[in-house]
Design a binder for this molecule. Structure first.
Ligand code: FAS
Ligand code: PHB
Length: 388
């Protein structure tokens, strides 16, 4: 069967569904195709910190209500070295805050909006193939969940299918415009049914490795540990996780509350950027174009920045035939992408040990500089909250 729409969106993660909602409020029809089930996409545990620009975008597309009720607005973060936990107050330094609200909750809110507005989404698709992307009538061929071959005829394709998707690879010779750095460590993330032991996030440098104390609600805590790049989850019992987290986050007079662990996973750490985010009528947004180590909480926020720009671009292109505006999408998006990539690399390099004692001393000197200098603290604050 052949479907006609204005924009075909590949991927029903946050980038794809936020874009679908944005275009819907600008009266531009879309069809979204996703290769996993809706339940699987909904259940993936990922980002937890939202910049104000992402909150504003979610409000603008009508999915911010629950976030304001159930999310936490944070004034800053804590930077910690053994024996010293220091608060970096974003509100005082750059007059901006961030929100703690899980990506799974954003996905739930987006699914509800899609259901209410009757958004056409195909889940569990296979054999996705982008055709004639360099023409004004590109097509998407795919097989639906029932094994039936389908075609979408459209005017533009949004590649929102993440790092492992097919969209980026539809750009000829794209690999020569890609840059990648793989870090010599991974993160072990756990979700636990226990009240957070502190009010805002703690980023802790420790000789044994980095630790992060984040949160999802008044009853759910999210925590991360730096581990070996190919560490085996089977070697990390719940008790070992809690013991290691307690040691790395230790501070006199403070105790890390423990509770039942409900999710445990290991996340590889890489920086990746494709300097080509568009080709003809194919536009990439989110992890399809770039990936950052989650230290700076930039992944989801960068995706939102791309989506707002791509939404504006598609409105200009499809309603005003403004080809010049569309041809400038990649350049404009990459300004923020490389800024956030640099910050994520810097924050990751400062907080994660690599076994070299000299590097450890340099890291401690850098962290102490951020703790002591309001200018260095303001620079971190500006990048963390996403102020341009
Ligand atoms: P996504 O990867 O979320 O979504 C892409 C969608 O496309 C997926 O649903 C996928 O199934 C689908 N897809 C793939 N190939 C397809 C095909 N051929 N056809 C159709 N659909 C296809 N960021 C943070 O800020 N903090 C974190 O702690 C954090 N943790 C993360 C943990 C993991 C394991 C990963 C992978 C990422 C994490 N991130 C984190 C980054 C993450 O939040 C991303 O930045 C965010 O999900 C980006 O959203 P999308 O661009 O929509 O990509
Ligand atoms: C999270 O809560 O999942 C989270 C928060 C901040 C980060 C990374 C992950 O930098």
């Amino acid at each position: 069967m052949t479907f006609k729409t204005r924009v075909a969106i590949i991927g029903a993660g946050p980038a794809g569904l936020i874009l679908a909602r944005y275009l819907a409020i600008h009266n531009i029809d879309t069809i979204v195709i996703e290769n996993r089930s809706r339940e699987y996409v909904q259940s993936r545990v990922r980002a937890g910190i939202l910049e104000a620009q992402l909150v504003a975008l979610l409000d603008e597309i009508g999915v911010g209500e629950r976030l304001h009720k159930e999310g936490f607005e944070h004034q800053g973060i804590y930077l910690q070295i053994p024996g010293n936990r220091h608060h970096i107050n974003f509100k005082e330094l750059v007059d901006q805050t961030v929100w703690a609200y899980g990506q799974t909750e954003i996905q739930r809110d987006l699914h509800k909006a899609c259901d209410v507005q009757g958004q056409k989404n195909f889940y569990e698709v296979t054999d996705v193939n982008l055709v004639d992307v360099n023409s004004t009538k590109p097509k998407v061929h795919f097989t639906d969940a029932h094994g039936i071959k389908q075609v979408i005829e459209c005017e533009a394709i949004a590649g929102c299918d993440g790092f492992w998707g097919v969209s980026r690879k539809a750009i000829p010779n794209v690999e020569k415009d890609c840059f990648e750095k793989v870090y010599p460590f991974s993160w072990l993330g756990i979700m636990a049914n226990v009240k957070p032991s502190i009010d805002e996030l703690v980023y802790a440098w420790h000789p044994k490795g980095f630790a992060l104390n984040s949160m999802r609600s008044e009853k759910v805590t999210r925590l991360y540990l730096q581990v070996e790049p190919n560490d085996d989850l089977a070697k990390w019992s719940d008790e070992r996780c809690w013991d290691e987290l307690s040691e790395r986050l230790a501070l006199d007079g403070w105790e890390l509350e423990r509770g039942p662990i409900t999710e445990k996973s290991i996340l590889a750490m890489r920086s990746f950027v494709s300097n080509k985010m568009q080709y003809g009528r194919l536009f990439l947004a989110g992890d399809a174009a770039h990936t950052v180590p989650p230290t700076g909480a930039k992944g989801l926020n960068l995706a939102a920045n791309d989506v707002r720009l791509l939404g504006e671009t598609l409105v200009e292109l499809l309603t005003k035939n403004n080809q010049d505006f569309a041809d400038d999408y990649s350049r404009k998006a990459l300004e923020k992408v490389w800024g956030a990539t640099r910050f994520s690399w810097w924050f990751t390099s400062m907080m994660h040990t690599n076994g070299d004692p000299f590097d450890a001393q340099l890291q401690l000197a850098q962290i102490n500089h951020v703790i002591k200098s309001k200018y260095a603290a303001a620079d971190l604050a500006e990048k963390y909250v996403g102020v341009r």
